[in-house]
Design a protein around this ligand. Sequence first.
Ligand code: GLV
Ligand code: MN
Ligand code: MN
Length: 426
Amino acid sequence: MATYSDLDGIAAAAAIDEARLWSHLVGFGEIGGIGGGGVCRLALGEEELAARRHIASWAQSRGYRVFVDPVANLFVRREGTDPGAAPVITGSHIDTQPQGGRFDGAYGVIAALEALAALDGASVKTRRPIEVVAWTNEEGVRFTPGAMGSMVFSGALALSDIAGRRGSDGVTLSAALASALAATPQATFRPTVPPIAAYVEAHIEQGPELEARGIPIGIVEGIQGVRWFDIEVSGSGAHAGTTPLSRRRDAFQDALRIVSALNDWTSDRGDVLRFTVGRFDLTPNSRNTVPARASLGIDLRHPDANVLREKGDRIAAIAAAAARYCAVSVREVFTKAPASFDAAVIGTIEAATRLLRIPALRMSSGAFHDALFLNDVCPAGMIFIPCEAGISHDPAESITSVQAAAGARVLAATLVALAGADGDVR
Ligand code: GLV
Ligand code: MN
Ligand code: MN
Protein backbone atom coordinates (compact mmCIF):
# COMPACT_ATOMS: atom_id res chain seq x y z
CA MET A 1 0.00 0.00 0.00
CA ALA A 2 1.28 3.45 -0.89
CA THR A 3 2.21 5.64 2.08
CA TYR A 4 1.77 9.39 2.30
CA SER A 5 5.53 9.61 1.72
CA ASP A 6 5.16 7.63 -1.51
CA LEU A 7 2.34 9.81 -2.79
CA ASP A 8 4.06 13.02 -1.76
CA GLY A 9 7.35 11.75 -3.17
CA ILE A 10 5.71 11.14 -6.54
CA ALA A 11 4.05 14.59 -6.41
CA ALA A 12 7.32 16.32 -5.51
CA ALA A 13 9.22 14.46 -8.24
CA ALA A 14 6.56 15.39 -10.79
CA ALA A 15 6.91 19.05 -9.80
CA ILE A 16 10.64 19.08 -10.69
CA ASP A 17 10.77 21.52 -13.59
CA GLU A 18 13.43 20.38 -16.06
CA ALA A 19 13.63 23.73 -17.88
CA ARG A 20 13.81 25.74 -14.64
CA LEU A 21 16.50 23.45 -13.22
CA TRP A 22 18.52 23.60 -16.43
CA SER A 23 18.42 27.38 -16.72
CA HIS A 24 19.41 27.65 -13.06
CA LEU A 25 22.38 25.31 -13.62
CA VAL A 26 23.49 27.15 -16.75
CA GLY A 27 23.10 30.59 -15.12
CA PHE A 28 24.97 29.42 -12.02
CA GLY A 29 27.78 28.14 -14.26
CA GLU A 30 28.28 31.66 -15.54
CA ILE A 31 29.40 32.76 -12.07
CA GLY A 32 33.16 32.40 -12.44
CA GLY A 33 32.78 31.15 -16.01
CA ILE A 34 36.07 30.93 -17.91
CA GLY A 35 34.72 30.14 -21.37
CA GLY A 36 34.46 26.82 -23.15
CA GLY A 37 31.96 25.65 -20.52
CA GLY A 38 34.56 25.91 -17.77
CA VAL A 39 34.33 27.50 -14.33
CA CYS A 40 36.95 28.82 -11.91
CA ARG A 41 35.33 29.42 -8.54
CA LEU A 42 38.04 28.80 -5.98
CA ALA A 43 36.86 28.37 -2.40
CA LEU A 44 36.03 31.68 -0.67
CA GLY A 45 37.29 33.69 -3.66
CA GLU A 46 35.37 36.55 -5.31
CA GLU A 47 33.51 34.30 -7.76
CA GLU A 48 32.59 31.80 -5.07
CA LEU A 49 31.30 34.65 -2.87
CA ALA A 50 29.12 35.77 -5.81
CA ALA A 51 27.74 32.22 -5.98
CA ARG A 52 26.95 32.39 -2.24
CA ARG A 53 25.13 35.71 -2.74
CA HIS A 54 23.12 34.13 -5.52
CA ILE A 55 22.02 31.21 -3.32
CA ALA A 56 21.17 33.44 -0.36
CA SER A 57 19.06 35.81 -2.45
CA TRP A 58 17.36 32.90 -4.23
CA ALA A 59 16.42 31.53 -0.80
CA GLN A 60 15.34 34.86 0.59
CA SER A 61 13.12 35.62 -2.38
CA ARG A 62 11.28 32.36 -1.72
CA GLY A 63 10.89 32.88 2.01
CA TYR A 64 13.45 30.33 3.21
CA ARG A 65 15.69 31.13 6.14
CA VAL A 66 19.43 31.09 5.53
CA PHE A 67 22.10 30.08 8.03
CA VAL A 68 25.86 30.14 7.99
CA ASP A 69 28.29 28.44 10.36
CA PRO A 70 31.84 29.31 11.51
CA VAL A 71 33.48 27.62 8.51
CA ALA A 72 31.03 29.46 6.20
CA ASN A 73 28.96 26.42 5.25
CA LEU A 74 25.77 27.99 3.88
CA PHE A 75 22.34 26.46 4.68
CA VAL A 76 18.90 27.15 3.16
CA ARG A 77 16.12 25.83 5.40
CA ARG A 78 12.62 24.71 4.44
CA GLU A 79 10.68 24.26 7.65
CA GLY A 80 8.92 21.04 8.57
CA THR A 81 5.65 20.66 10.46
CA ASP A 82 7.51 19.50 13.59
CA PRO A 83 9.61 22.51 14.52
CA GLY A 84 11.80 20.54 16.92
CA ALA A 85 12.63 17.69 14.55
CA ALA A 86 16.21 17.18 13.37
CA PRO A 87 16.60 18.27 9.74
CA VAL A 88 17.40 16.18 6.70
CA ILE A 89 20.32 17.83 4.94
CA THR A 90 21.11 17.73 1.25
CA GLY A 91 23.54 19.65 -0.97
CA SER A 92 27.13 19.62 -2.12
CA HIS A 93 29.79 22.26 -2.86
CA ILE A 94 29.98 25.35 -5.08
CA ASP A 95 33.76 25.77 -5.29
CA THR A 96 35.51 24.33 -8.34
CA GLN A 97 38.86 23.28 -9.65
CA PRO A 98 40.93 26.08 -11.30
CA GLN A 99 39.72 24.85 -14.68
CA GLY A 100 36.66 22.99 -13.52
CA GLY A 101 33.30 22.20 -15.01
CA ARG A 102 29.83 23.62 -14.35
CA PHE A 103 28.36 20.59 -12.62
CA ASP A 104 30.85 19.10 -10.14
CA GLY A 105 29.32 20.17 -6.82
CA ALA A 106 27.03 22.83 -8.27
CA TYR A 107 24.69 20.12 -9.54
CA GLY A 108 24.04 18.80 -6.01
CA VAL A 109 23.29 22.25 -4.65
CA ILE A 110 21.12 23.52 -7.51
CA ALA A 111 19.24 20.21 -7.83
CA ALA A 112 18.55 20.39 -4.08
CA LEU A 113 17.21 23.96 -4.42
CA GLU A 114 15.03 22.71 -7.29
CA ALA A 115 13.78 19.94 -4.99
CA LEU A 116 12.71 22.58 -2.42
CA ALA A 117 10.90 24.52 -5.14
CA ALA A 118 9.22 21.29 -6.28
CA LEU A 119 8.08 20.46 -2.74
CA ASP A 120 6.56 23.93 -2.55
CA GLY A 121 5.02 23.60 -6.01
CA ALA A 122 3.39 20.30 -5.04
CA SER A 123 2.35 21.68 -1.61
CA VAL A 124 4.16 18.81 0.08
CA LYS A 125 4.63 19.21 3.81
CA THR A 126 7.33 17.20 5.53
CA ARG A 127 7.56 16.51 9.23
CA ARG A 128 11.27 17.27 9.38
CA PRO A 129 12.85 20.46 8.07
CA ILE A 130 14.96 20.05 4.94
CA GLU A 131 18.16 22.07 4.62
CA VAL A 132 20.17 22.60 1.45
CA VAL A 133 23.85 23.14 2.16
CA ALA A 134 26.77 24.48 0.16
CA TRP A 135 29.82 23.08 1.94
CA THR A 136 32.93 25.27 2.03
CA ASN A 137 36.06 24.28 0.10
CA GLU A 138 35.38 20.75 -1.02
CA GLU A 139 38.01 20.90 -3.76
CA GLY A 140 40.98 21.80 -1.55
CA VAL A 141 42.66 23.85 -4.27
CA ARG A 142 43.12 27.24 -2.66
CA PHE A 143 43.16 25.95 0.91
CA THR A 144 44.12 22.47 2.11
CA PRO A 145 42.51 20.10 2.96
CA GLY A 146 39.60 19.44 0.65
CA ALA A 147 36.16 18.77 2.14
CA MET A 148 37.10 21.36 4.74
CA GLY A 149 33.55 22.55 5.45
CA SER A 150 32.16 19.08 5.99
CA MET A 151 35.22 18.02 8.00
CA VAL A 152 34.82 20.91 10.41
CA PHE A 153 31.04 20.45 10.54
CA SER A 154 31.40 16.75 11.36
CA GLY A 155 34.15 17.31 13.93
CA ALA A 156 36.92 15.64 11.89
CA LEU A 157 38.90 18.89 11.88
CA ALA A 158 39.06 21.78 14.37
CA LEU A 159 38.70 25.18 12.74
CA SER A 160 41.03 26.67 15.34
CA ASP A 161 43.81 24.36 14.10
CA ILE A 162 43.60 25.60 10.50
CA ALA A 163 42.34 29.21 10.76
CA GLY A 164 45.87 30.61 10.43
CA ARG A 165 46.71 28.62 7.29
CA ARG A 166 47.41 30.56 4.13
CA GLY A 167 45.85 29.79 0.80
CA SER A 168 47.80 29.46 -2.43
CA ASP A 169 47.42 33.25 -2.84
CA GLY A 170 48.77 34.02 0.65
CA VAL A 171 45.42 35.00 2.18
CA THR A 172 44.76 33.45 5.59
CA LEU A 173 41.80 31.13 5.93
CA SER A 174 40.39 33.26 8.75
CA ALA A 175 40.40 36.37 6.53
CA ALA A 176 38.80 34.47 3.66
CA LEU A 177 36.12 33.08 5.98
CA ALA A 178 35.38 36.58 7.29
CA SER A 179 34.75 37.76 3.69
CA ALA A 180 32.46 34.80 3.08
CA LEU A 181 30.44 35.48 6.24
CA ALA A 182 30.13 39.13 5.22
CA ALA A 183 28.94 38.17 1.72
CA THR A 184 25.59 36.85 2.97
CA PRO A 185 24.41 39.34 5.61
CA GLN A 186 20.89 37.88 5.47
CA ALA A 187 22.21 34.57 6.86
CA THR A 188 21.79 33.90 10.58
CA PHE A 189 25.05 32.80 12.20
CA ARG A 190 24.64 29.30 13.64
CA PRO A 191 27.71 28.47 15.70
CA THR A 192 26.76 24.96 16.75
CA VAL A 193 25.86 21.89 14.75
CA PRO A 194 22.25 20.78 15.11
CA PRO A 195 21.54 17.05 15.30
CA ILE A 196 20.91 15.75 11.78
CA ALA A 197 18.39 13.09 10.80
CA ALA A 198 20.08 12.15 7.52
CA TYR A 199 22.26 13.51 4.70
CA VAL A 200 21.86 12.82 0.99
CA GLU A 201 24.03 14.37 -1.72
CA ALA A 202 23.36 14.41 -5.46
CA HIS A 203 26.45 14.60 -7.69
CA ILE A 204 27.59 13.87 -11.20
CA GLU A 205 29.35 10.50 -11.36
CA GLN A 206 32.66 11.95 -12.62
CA GLY A 207 33.34 8.57 -14.17
CA PRO A 208 32.10 6.69 -17.25
CA GLU A 209 30.06 3.80 -15.82
CA LEU A 210 26.49 5.11 -15.85
CA GLU A 211 26.77 6.58 -19.32
CA ALA A 212 28.38 3.43 -20.69
CA ARG A 213 25.54 1.31 -19.33
CA GLY A 214 22.80 3.78 -20.24
CA ILE A 215 21.56 3.96 -16.64
CA PRO A 216 20.31 7.35 -15.39
CA ILE A 217 20.87 6.95 -11.64
CA GLY A 218 23.70 5.62 -9.50
CA ILE A 219 23.00 4.68 -5.90
CA VAL A 220 26.31 5.12 -4.16
CA GLU A 221 27.19 2.42 -1.66
CA GLY A 222 30.56 3.77 -0.57
CA ILE A 223 33.64 5.86 -1.32
CA GLN A 224 37.23 4.74 -1.66
CA GLY A 225 39.84 6.03 0.78
CA VAL A 226 42.25 8.85 0.01
CA ARG A 227 45.60 10.15 1.30
CA TRP A 228 47.27 13.38 0.18
CA PHE A 229 51.00 14.04 0.61
CA ASP A 230 53.10 17.14 0.01
CA ILE A 231 56.67 16.32 -0.99
CA GLU A 232 59.36 19.03 -0.88
CA VAL A 233 62.67 18.38 -2.62
CA SER A 234 65.39 20.85 -1.63
CA GLY A 235 68.58 21.18 -3.67
CA SER A 236 70.66 24.19 -4.70
CA GLY A 237 70.01 26.80 -7.34
CA ALA A 238 72.88 27.31 -9.82
CA HIS A 239 73.69 28.68 -13.25
CA ALA A 240 72.51 26.31 -16.01
CA GLY A 241 75.32 27.26 -18.36
CA THR A 242 78.27 27.12 -16.02
CA THR A 243 77.57 24.44 -13.41
CA PRO A 244 78.83 20.96 -14.34
CA LEU A 245 76.24 18.22 -13.87
CA SER A 246 78.51 16.49 -11.36
CA ARG A 247 78.34 19.54 -9.06
CA ARG A 248 74.61 20.04 -9.13
CA ARG A 249 71.91 19.39 -6.56
CA ASP A 250 69.09 19.60 -9.07
CA ALA A 251 65.70 19.36 -7.36
CA PHE A 252 63.88 18.57 -10.59
CA GLN A 253 66.09 15.60 -11.42
CA ASP A 254 65.62 14.17 -7.92
CA ALA A 255 61.88 14.78 -8.16
CA LEU A 256 61.89 12.67 -11.33
CA ARG A 257 63.67 9.86 -9.47
CA ILE A 258 61.10 10.10 -6.67
CA VAL A 259 58.13 9.99 -9.03
CA SER A 260 59.63 7.06 -10.86
CA ALA A 261 60.17 5.12 -7.61
CA LEU A 262 56.65 5.92 -6.43
CA ASN A 263 55.22 4.83 -9.78
CA ASP A 264 56.90 1.46 -9.26
CA TRP A 265 55.66 1.21 -5.67
CA THR A 266 52.07 2.01 -6.56
CA SER A 267 51.79 0.10 -9.84
CA ASP A 268 48.76 -2.16 -9.64
CA ARG A 269 48.04 -4.93 -12.14
CA GLY A 270 44.37 -4.83 -11.27
CA ASP A 271 44.29 -1.07 -12.03
CA VAL A 272 42.35 -0.37 -8.85
CA LEU A 273 44.87 1.85 -7.05
CA ARG A 274 44.97 5.51 -8.05
CA PHE A 275 48.28 7.40 -7.80
CA THR A 276 48.51 10.94 -9.12
CA VAL A 277 51.14 13.66 -9.03
CA GLY A 278 48.61 16.42 -9.64
CA ARG A 279 50.75 19.36 -8.61
CA PHE A 280 54.36 20.04 -9.48
CA ASP A 281 56.09 23.37 -8.81
CA LEU A 282 59.67 24.29 -9.48
CA THR A 283 61.59 27.12 -7.86
CA PRO A 284 62.66 29.40 -9.40
CA ASN A 285 61.17 27.81 -12.55
CA SER A 286 63.54 29.57 -14.89
CA ARG A 287 64.97 27.83 -17.95
CA ASN A 288 68.59 28.80 -17.30
CA THR A 289 68.69 28.13 -13.56
CA VAL A 290 69.17 24.69 -12.00
CA PRO A 291 66.00 24.19 -9.91
CA ALA A 292 66.64 24.74 -6.21
CA ARG A 293 63.34 23.26 -5.07
CA ALA A 294 60.61 21.02 -6.35
CA SER A 295 57.26 20.67 -4.68
CA LEU A 296 54.90 17.79 -5.47
CA GLY A 297 51.26 17.24 -4.53
CA ILE A 298 50.42 13.52 -4.35
CA ASP A 299 46.94 11.97 -4.38
CA LEU A 300 46.69 8.27 -3.46
CA ARG A 301 43.42 6.33 -3.37
CA HIS A 302 42.20 2.78 -2.85
CA PRO A 303 38.93 1.18 -1.74
CA ASP A 304 40.72 -1.22 0.63
CA ALA A 305 41.84 0.41 3.87
CA ASN A 306 44.72 -2.04 4.32
CA VAL A 307 46.17 -1.38 0.86
CA LEU A 308 45.79 2.35 1.32
CA ARG A 309 47.61 2.14 4.65
CA GLU A 310 50.39 -0.10 3.35
CA LYS A 311 51.00 1.94 0.19
CA GLY A 312 50.72 5.33 1.87
CA ASP A 313 52.85 4.50 4.90
CA ARG A 314 55.94 3.80 2.73
CA ILE A 315 55.75 6.93 0.58
CA ALA A 316 58.05 9.03 2.78
CA ALA A 317 60.74 6.32 2.97
CA ILE A 318 60.62 5.57 -0.75
CA ALA A 319 60.84 9.25 -1.67
CA ALA A 320 63.81 9.79 0.65
CA ALA A 321 65.65 6.75 -0.71
CA ALA A 322 65.05 7.72 -4.34
CA ALA A 323 66.56 11.20 -4.08
CA ARG A 324 70.26 11.21 -4.96
CA TYR A 325 71.44 14.71 -4.06
CA CYS A 326 68.61 16.64 -2.41
CA ALA A 327 66.92 16.71 0.96
CA VAL A 328 63.37 15.40 0.94
CA SER A 329 60.51 16.11 3.30
CA VAL A 330 57.10 14.45 3.11
CA ARG A 331 54.00 15.64 4.93
CA GLU A 332 50.62 13.95 4.92
CA VAL A 333 48.00 16.69 4.59
CA PHE A 334 44.73 14.80 4.19
CA THR A 335 43.54 11.29 5.00
CA LYS A 336 40.22 9.56 4.89
CA ALA A 337 39.65 5.83 5.10
CA PRO A 338 37.21 4.13 2.71
CA ALA A 339 33.62 4.28 3.87
CA SER A 340 30.28 2.57 3.30
CA PHE A 341 27.07 4.54 3.33
CA ASP A 342 24.12 3.82 5.58
CA ALA A 343 22.04 0.83 4.46
CA ALA A 344 18.75 2.55 5.30
CA VAL A 345 19.61 5.65 3.23
CA ILE A 346 20.78 3.45 0.34
CA GLY A 347 17.48 1.56 0.61
CA THR A 348 15.49 4.82 0.69
CA ILE A 349 17.17 6.07 -2.49
CA GLU A 350 16.60 2.72 -4.16
CA ALA A 351 12.94 2.75 -3.15
CA ALA A 352 12.61 6.25 -4.65
CA THR A 353 14.00 5.04 -7.98
CA ARG A 354 11.51 2.15 -7.97
CA LEU A 355 8.63 4.43 -7.04
CA LEU A 356 9.53 6.72 -9.95
CA ARG A 357 10.35 3.77 -12.24
CA ILE A 358 13.80 5.17 -13.00
CA PRO A 359 16.50 2.52 -13.65
CA ALA A 360 19.34 2.65 -11.16
CA LEU A 361 22.65 0.95 -10.47
CA ARG A 362 24.36 0.43 -7.12
CA MET A 363 27.96 1.57 -7.40
CA SER A 364 30.91 3.00 -5.51
CA SER A 365 32.56 6.39 -5.84
CA GLY A 366 36.14 6.96 -6.91
CA ALA A 367 35.94 10.65 -6.04
CA PHE A 368 35.54 11.78 -2.46
CA HIS A 369 32.62 13.95 -1.47
CA ASP A 370 31.38 15.85 1.55
CA ALA A 371 29.01 12.92 2.17
CA LEU A 372 32.08 10.93 3.23
CA PHE A 373 32.41 13.10 6.33
CA LEU A 374 28.68 13.49 7.01
CA ASN A 375 28.58 9.69 7.05
CA ASP A 376 30.48 9.83 10.35
CA VAL A 377 27.78 11.86 12.12
CA CYS A 378 24.49 10.76 10.56
CA PRO A 379 23.02 8.21 8.16
CA ALA A 380 24.24 9.35 4.74
CA GLY A 381 24.05 8.41 1.08
CA MET A 382 24.55 9.73 -2.44
CA ILE A 383 22.74 9.86 -5.77
CA PHE A 384 24.84 9.94 -8.97
CA ILE A 385 23.80 11.02 -12.43
CA PRO A 386 25.88 10.27 -15.56
CA CYS A 387 28.20 12.82 -17.12
CA GLU A 388 29.45 12.84 -20.69
CA ALA A 389 32.32 10.41 -21.26
CA GLY A 390 32.91 10.41 -17.51
CA ILE A 391 34.88 13.66 -17.82
CA SER A 392 35.08 15.91 -14.76
CA HIS A 393 37.53 18.42 -13.24
CA ASP A 394 37.70 19.89 -16.74
CA PRO A 395 35.73 22.49 -18.71
CA ALA A 396 34.53 19.65 -20.98
CA GLU A 397 32.41 18.29 -18.09
CA SER A 398 28.87 17.96 -19.44
CA ILE A 399 25.41 16.61 -18.58
CA THR A 400 21.98 16.91 -20.23
CA SER A 401 18.88 18.57 -18.82
CA VAL A 402 17.13 15.18 -18.89
CA GLN A 403 19.86 13.62 -16.75
CA ALA A 404 19.80 16.59 -14.37
CA ALA A 405 16.02 16.35 -13.94
CA ALA A 406 16.06 12.58 -13.33
CA GLY A 407 18.53 13.02 -10.49
CA ALA A 408 16.52 15.88 -9.01
CA ARG A 409 13.35 13.75 -9.12
CA VAL A 410 15.01 10.91 -7.26
CA LEU A 411 16.45 13.43 -4.80
CA ALA A 412 13.04 15.04 -4.19
CA ALA A 413 11.34 11.69 -3.54
CA THR A 414 14.23 10.59 -1.31
CA LEU A 415 14.02 13.80 0.70
CA VAL A 416 10.28 13.33 1.25
CA ALA A 417 10.86 9.77 2.43
CA LEU A 418 13.68 10.77 4.78
CA ALA A 419 11.89 13.84 6.13
CA GLY A 420 8.56 12.03 6.48
CA ALA A 421 5.34 13.15 4.82
CA ASP A 422 3.18 14.98 7.32
CA GLY A 423 0.39 12.40 7.18
CA ASP A 424 2.63 9.37 7.83
CA VAL A 425 2.18 7.38 11.00
CA ARG A 426 5.16 8.19 13.23
C1 GLV B 1 36.99 15.50 -5.09
O1 GLV B 1 36.97 16.55 -5.71
C2 GLV B 1 37.99 14.51 -5.30
O2 GLV B 1 39.15 14.89 -5.56
O3 GLV B 1 37.67 13.32 -5.26
MN1 MN C 1 32.46 17.43 -6.28
MN1 MN D 1 35.69 18.04 -7.67
